[in-house]
Design a binder for this molecule. Structure first.
Ligand SMILES: Cc1cc2nc3c(=O)[nH]c(=O)nc-3n(C[C@H](O)[C@H](O)[C@H](O)COP(=O)(O)OP(=O)(O)OC[C@H]3O[C@@H](n4cnc5c(N)ncnc54)[C@H](O)[C@@H]3O)c2cc1C
Length: 358
């Protein structure tokens, strides 16, 4: 029976980054992934993600700021660009919120500009604005695919073993360690880190009670810009009950999505199909607010959010089992920070914010 210091279950963004960080901390690490590395069935595929500092949550702002530092560390360690800070806008927010957000950003020395709708429209003619616009030059795009490829390569160079197409079928605590069952046999380890996204509950059944994590099948779209040379910030529009978000991605166009509006699905009934009603709402939104996008030329994306009822991430350790899941479509910006939290939990050198605890 093979033995490792740590087995990581799930090679999405969180598992891959955690494996690298654990190997850098001197641990012998095996990563099990049920599909091929880089597959498109979870929550981590695709070229880009928004990276931004929160404008209405101090703790989250500070976490994102810390994560940006760690992203830059990863960039210098791997020599690969992972963040592209093109700047970002928040709009569709009331006057009071604008004032509170400006005060929050000021309190933490975060650069920002308050733009009139006219000034913003002049700068980004592909978008329409009807109120104050909060612009952050320090936000932008996480180059997701490029970053994850570099993180996995660097992890391998640090000795991490990735075993793709090898699902973990059960986790058992045995003595002061764990056994992980796979179709290819049982693996023993001192500890296990479960970063299995919406599958987390299934993986830990019988081994550790975790909050219910549901999967929603999100369906943003890439829209073709009418002017290929137009500039685009990353954007969040908060006028509707759930924010609209998006950014530009080379080769695809401008991604626009209605956050956390996808249908809740059971994982074995995933159909990768867009739900027509929600799709029509997205297209109507783009038609109204993006004069620079061609709603007749677009491509749908299918991607999973892992959601907890309490709406917070779940990051904690019990005995030899650590878990990180429940990122509800907002986890990518925090990848190196979550990897740091998991490494501190495994090595006993630190803890996680109470809000994430089991
Ligand atoms: C459409 C969309 C847009 C997003 N936009 C943003 C954004 O702009 N900014 C941002 O910060 N975040 C964003 N996110 C969220 C972010 O991408 C996710 O939070 C993050 O990628 C989750 O990573 P993960 O590793 O936890 O999950 P996943 O990528 O889902 O990884 C879990 C892995 O575990 C594997 N697995 C499951 N069960 C087993 C098993 N039994 N054995 C072995 N392997 C198993 C799965 O196959 C999968 O590879 C977005 C997400 C989506 C879907």
């Amino acid at each position: 029976m093979q033995t490792y210091d740590v087995v990581v279950i799930g090679a999405g963004a969180m598992g891959s980054a955690a494996a690298r960080a654990l190997a850098a901390a001197g641990r012998e690490v095996l990563v099990l992934e049920q599909y091929e590395l880089g597959h498109d069935r979870g929550g981590s595929h695709g070229g880009t993600r928004l990276f931004r500092l929160a404008i209405n949550d101090e703790a989250e702002l500070l976490r994102a700021a810390r994560s940006r530092e760690l992203w830059h560390e990863l960039e210098s360690e791997t020599g690969v660009q992972m963040l592209d800070l093109v700047g970002g806008v928040d709009h569709g927010i009331g006057e009071q919120q604008v004032r509170e957000s400006a005060a929050l950003l000021e309190r933490h020395g975060v650069q920002y500009d308050l733009l009139t709708p006219e000034a913003a429209t002049e700068r980004w003619p592909g978008m329409r604005f009807d109120g104050a616009v909060l612009y952050q030059p320090g936000s932008g795009r996480a180059l997701a695919e490029q970053a994850l490829t570099a993180i996995r390569e660097s992890a391998r160079a640090l000795g991490v073993e990735f075993r793709a197409q090898c699902a973990a079928t059960a986790v058992r605590v045995v003595g002061d360690g764990v056994e992980v069952e796979t179709a290819a046999g049982v693996v023993r380890a001192g500890q296990v880190v479960v970063t299995a996204g919406p599958w987390t509950g299934q993986v830990l059944a019988g081994a550790l009670e975790v909050p219910a994590i549901s999967a929603s099948q999100e369906q943003p779209r890439f829209f073709a810009p009418l002017d290929p040379a137009a500039e685009w910030p990353i954007f969040v529009d908060r006028r509707a009950a759930t924010p609209a978000y998006g950014l530009f991605e080379e080769g695809h166009g401008v991604k626009v999505g209605l956050h956390a509006t996808g249908p809740v699905i059971s994982l074995d009934q995933r159909d990768f199909q867009v739900e027509p009603g929600r799709d029509a709402a997205l297209i109507a939104y783009v038609r109204e607010w993006f004069p620079g996008l061609d709603v007749t030329r677009s491509e749908a994306i299918s991607c999973l959010y892992d959601n907890t009822e309490r709406g917070d991430f779940v990051i904690d350790r019990r005995g030899p089992i650590s878990v990180a899941a429940g990122f509800h479509g907002e986890g990518f910006k925090f990848v190196p920070l979550v990897a740091r939290y998991l490494t501190e939990l495994v090595t006993g050198s630190g803890s996680v914010p109470d809000v994430f605890r089991l």
